[in-house]
Ligand binder design. Structure first.
Ligand code: A2P
Length: 341
């Protein structure tokens, strides 16, 4: 049976990729409704040789919709996701609005597809940085156990939306023209101060929360525990924005439960993980980089090495396209998993 699909945030950085992935993967859709704000109503999106006309998002948009993908910000999800569910749709939400709510599955299909067995209409897609990390670590956790994770991220501007890409481009031009660099958006639209991202590194993503951690860091720490179904795993994160357009990178330190695991064994376990590609050969300078991960579905892992001072400690470098596995692809994979059952 074919499904009526809606994409909320259709004009955004993630929304456009959701449409691309639905078409590329031959998702069994009988119709795809592209929804955004009133501002974009009437705008034409061309994909797969077809034209889609963007409509304003209103509660009635969801009449007759089977699956609705949301990627228009948390407040839009808060407002319209319950409306969509009321009208019989299953919502796959890419925002942080419902992720930590009890009874809302938070899913990376390679890790916890089983969580989809019970839901009440809304499925949450995890934070982009969390997805690529848990996808790469899942086989390690399953085989050896993981007790501790310390992660530092190197995140691309597209994670903050299409306007953040524009800001990086504008600032790069301002730098070249030797005029003053104007910062309006990053680190967060609602932050008090804004800093240039061009030729800079900003150790703040989203607003600050408890204990000196940002909300992005809390997302990684809390979501990892929920997806792994393990509240005892120790996780701490430092999330940093870089002047990269697309592709998040992560330096990840883990402590595993088992002794005597070699780097070669760890490499082969990661190599077998679904959706993960090993790029790890220092001799030939082979390691993942965001520039080459852009547009790819896989999570790339390299630089695997043992910690010199901890017998069960390892370091890894994990890179993925934040708009694809980190968002649109994972959302579409959730939908594929849902209709399998
Ligand atoms: P619009 O282009 O009409 O503003 P990004 O994540 O790249 O910043 O994109 C955000 C997405 O959310 C865009 O598609 C944007 O549409 C959409 N959006 C913003 N405000 C609303 C709203 N009030 N109702 C529906 N969609 C919205």
């Amino acid at each position: 049976d074919k499904l009526n699909v809606a994409v909320v945030g259709a004009t955004g950085a993630v929304g456009t990729k959701i449409l691309e992935k639905l078409l590329e993967r031959d998702f069994p859709a009988s119709s795809i409704k592209m929804l955004a704000s009133k501002r974009s109503a009437g705008q034409e999106i061309v994909a797969g040789g077809r034209s889609y006309i963007v409509e304003e998002t209103v509660p009635e948009s969801f009449d007759g919709i089977d699956i609705a993908f949301f990627s228009a910000g948390g407040s839009i999800s808060q407002k319209f996701a319950p409306e969509a569910v009321k009208r019989g749709a299953v919502v796959i939400d890419n925002t942080s609005a419902f992720r930590m709510d009890e009874g809302i599955p938070l899913v990376v299909p390679e890790v916890n597809a089983h969580a989809l067995n019970q839901h009440a209409g809304i499925i949450a897609n995890p934070n982009c940085s969390t997805i690529q990390m848990v996808a790469a670590l899942q086989p390690v956790k399953e085989k050896f156990g993981i007790s501790k994770i310390i992660v530092s991220t190197y995140q691309a501007v597209s994670g903050a939306g299409a306007e953040a890409i524009d800001e990086l481009n504008e600032q790069s031009k301002q730098f070249e023209d030797r005029v003053e660099i104007e910062a309006q958006l990053l680190p967060s639209a609602s932050a008090e101060k804004h800093y240039p991202i061009a030729f800079n590194v900003i150790p703040q993503i989203d607003l600050f929360g408890d204990a000196g951690y940002t909300l992005e860091e809390w997302k990684m720490m809390n979501e990892t525990k929920k997806i792994f179904g393990d509240s005892t795993i120790a996780v701490s994160a430092t999330c940093v924005r870089l002047p990269v357009v697309t592709g998040h990178s992560e330096s990840v330190y883990i402590e595993i439960d088992q002794d005597d695991v070699t780097v070669d064994v760890l490499r082969s376990v990661i190599n077998e993980a679904p959706g993960v590609v090993l790029q790890d050969d220092p001799a030939s300078q082979t390691y993942p980089m965001p520039l080459y991960a852009e547009g790819k579905d896989a999570v790339f892992v390299g630089r695997i090495r043992k910690d010199p001072s901890h017998p069960r400690g390892f370091h890894l470098w994990i890179v993925a396209d934040n708009l694809l596995k980190g968002a649109a692809l994972n959302s579409v994979q959730i939908a594929e998993e849902l209709i399998k059952s």
